[in-house]
Design a binder for this molecule. Sequence first.
Ligand code: NAP
Length: 284
Amino acid sequence: MADLTNKTVIITGANSGIGLEAAVALAQQNAHVVIACRNPQKGEAAKAEIISRAGRGSATLMSLDLASFASIRGFAKAALDAYPAIDVLLNNAGVVMRTRSCTVDGFEQTFGVNHLGHFLLTSLLLERINTTPNARIVTVASHAHKFAKTGLNFDDLESVHGYKAMNVYGKSKLANIMFTNELARRIANTTTTANSVHPGFVASNFGRNDRLGNVAMILAKPFALSPQRGALTSIYCCSDPAAQGVSGKYFYKCAPEEPTSFATDDAAAKRLWEISEQLIAKAS
Ligand SMILES: NC(=O)c1ccc[n+]([C@@H]2O[C@H](COP(=O)([O-])OP(=O)(O)OC[C@H]3O[C@@H](n4cnc5c(N)ncnc54)[C@H](OP(=O)(O)O)[C@@H]3O)[C@@H](O)[C@H]2O)c1
């Protein structure tokens, strides 16, 4: 176990599944864990569970809805006011939407939450993270990025045409890896690292926001990892001394792995970064 005494760790979507287990484990390493959640009741229950199961560290609940730029900005301001140092940002929250819907700001929900929301959150916290020695930014992506067989469609990033849930989800996870790689290049002159993660196939609450997803998850449960095991690679990237200084990698089973060639296309990653900035600026 690493020693995270006096370290501040922010985790999105920490009230459930992989994020909750990562929060427990990082609190066990004596971190102060900030759980960034959209639902106050679920957030309070998670905070109580983290404190009781970890038996060490501490936890604070803060409100964050990644489907709302105003909420993200409010969260970032509160976090910057509260924490002079941010040692770890774990961009963990994620959704898959069976039918197309939009965020508060009018962006397709899966792309909006999984990519744009974390893009804005990271951007707003980046200066503080970069002034914290040896900070780490970890983004939970997925092998589902392989579903994006032709890469990102820059002419239809919001899947207005031919919405297929798993394809749209796969593209959002591809965007997570591309974002991480471009971020790693942009912060190469700092002591901060940025890596992305595939947790494995995990029996969490993922996809349970509709009946079909719920049934699919129940049927698949015997073949899936427990959330505790699914959190191991996130925990490794957030705190293991062996991962210190490693940046711009995609991790699976606590080791770097090669994602698809679309994920390592530097020009496309730069383009995604610039378009993401423009989309957010236009919505503001
Ligand atoms: N499960 C898998 O097999 C698997 C495989 C590969 C990658 N992943 C990735 O792992 C990450 C964690 O997923 P999980 O499996 O632990 O699923 P989960 O149990 O459903 O947890 C997802 C978390 O994201 C939060 N979230 C969703 N939308 C949000 C929003 N708009 N604002 C803030 N928080 C939001 C959820 O909050 P609520 O409880 O309020 O909905 C929940 O805390 C995701 O990024 C997912 O893509 C999962």
